[in-house]
Write a protein of this length. Sequence first.
Length: 170
Amino acid sequence: MLLSVILQIAFYGVSFSQSREVLIKAGYIEKFTHFVQWPDKDGKESSSDKFIIAIIGDNTISKTLKEIFLKSDTKKGNISIVEIKNIDEISDCQLLFISGSEKNNLDRILLFTTDKPILTISDSNGFGAKGVIINMFKEGDYIRYEINRRSLDKSGLIINSLLLQYAVII
């Protein structure tokens, strides 16, 4: 319920010519950043550090994410959203959205991100069970999300219990 209200606020002012589902998923991603704690870099947190969101694979969410994060009040500082084409470009990001088009590369991507403080997010069937930390899925008319607890624990990220409370834990 709380997350639902928060998402409605996130959509204010965003172009509604975009698909409702893409808009909801992008809103979820933005709100996830408020409920995740990344470890400090070198024991210090600098407001000048860039928070990089990388998107790998064919996607329809990039433009919507840029619009939402432009209006976001996230405390992550300087946010950059980049589209990447290969696994080597993942190293500097804090959040990685993995498109369904990367199904054949998923194991290699997860091999690279496992044990690193990179929040992996997808919206593809089976990706959560394979090791993506947060996977969004459609249930009836609703978008829900599952959290892979083992992958989360390996990442060193801390997720607020409110986010865990509404998730399907796998």
